[in-house]
Design a binder for this molecule. Structure first.
Ligand code: ZN
Length: 280
């Protein structure tokens, strides 16, 4: 039996605008419709940020997050993940404000950024104190952390501050985010180094930014990992051609995965593969 690859879709994120791609989903209804299309195309996980419907900008508003999750959950049985980082660099949110939607809305998973960095020109603060707090709380609420590693040092952060400290037993889910200015550059050698820095047993995916989305994602698939696509990280289907929907990006990834002789995990299979803390 061939390996099942998990495709995650990140339909909105905190950075792209309608000027970057007019098909960017912003309201809860748009995000849910877009998530359903991506689910139908093969995505098993959705990674969500909330946007203010008036300004289009990122927001920590719990009511908006609540509306997004309700609409997504009503549209399809996809595995849900929400951000704990989104907008942190632009909105100057406290760690508590960043975490509040997680404990109130109980998604299957939430991102846990595995170290501080310069994100472009801005400081993205994720100190050991914040990491420990989030890991502790996610364990308590049975929400799987997805450790977002923007560099090799962040894999070590997780090992030191979370595993060795005994906060949360492995295995863990990791994302290797490649191509953010301030993080690790998106090269095959770097992805290989990241992958080899993980002890066996963890699950992981690559998140390539911009034109690196598909190449880094497929390299990850070839190395035994998974991939994330979607407008959060890339709004183009190919050079100079904007994607009409997030589903188009999922379709492209699914097509390549199948051409490689691999299969795409459905939601039930992805639930088995991922180290979710609440499997039901
Ligand atoms: Zn995100």
């Amino acid at each position: 039996m061939s390996r099942k690859v998990i495709v995650t879709v990140a339909p909105t994120g905190s950075i792209p605008t309608r000027e970057d791609n007019p098909n960017l989903p912003i309201t809860a209804e748009e995000v849910a419709a877009e998530t359903k299309r991506a689910f139908d195309a093969g995505a098993a996980v959705v990674h969500l940020h909330a946007r203010d419907p008036d300004t289009g900008g990122p927001t920590p508003d719990i009511n908006i997050f609540r509306a997004y999750l309700a609409a997504v959950r009503a549209s399809c049985p996809i595995i849900t993940q929400i951000t704990t980082g989104g907008g942190a660099t632009t909105l100057n949110l406290s760690p508590e404000e960043r975490f509040r939607p997680v404990e109130e809305l109980l998604p299957d998973s939430a991102s846990l950024n595995a170290g501080s960095m310069n994100f472009g020109r801005k400081l993205f603060p994720n100190t050991p104190d914040i990491m420990e707090l989030y890991a502790q709380r996610m364990k308590e609420f049975k929400v799987m952390p997805e450790f977002e590693a923007y560099d090799l040092s962040m894999v070590q952060n997780v090992d030191h501050w979370i595993r060795r400290a005994g906060i949360l037993k492995p295995p863990y889910q990791f994302s290797f985010v490649m191509g953010v200015m301030g993080g690790i550059p998106p090269t095959f050698k770097n992805l290989l180094a990241l992958k080899e820095s993980l002890p066996p047993g963890h699950t992981w995916q690559a998140i390539g930014i911009g034109r690196h989305q598909i190449p880094m994602g497929i390299m990850a698939v070839l190395l035994g990992g998974n991939l994330r696509v979607g407008f959060e990280d890339n709004v183009y289907l190919s050079k100079g051609i904007l994607a009409k929907s997030n589903a188009e990006l999922v379709e492209k990834a699914v097509h390549i995965i199948r051409e490689l002789g691999l299969e795409v995990a459905n939601v039930e299979e992805a639930r088995e593969i991922l180290p979710l803390l609440n499997k039901s």
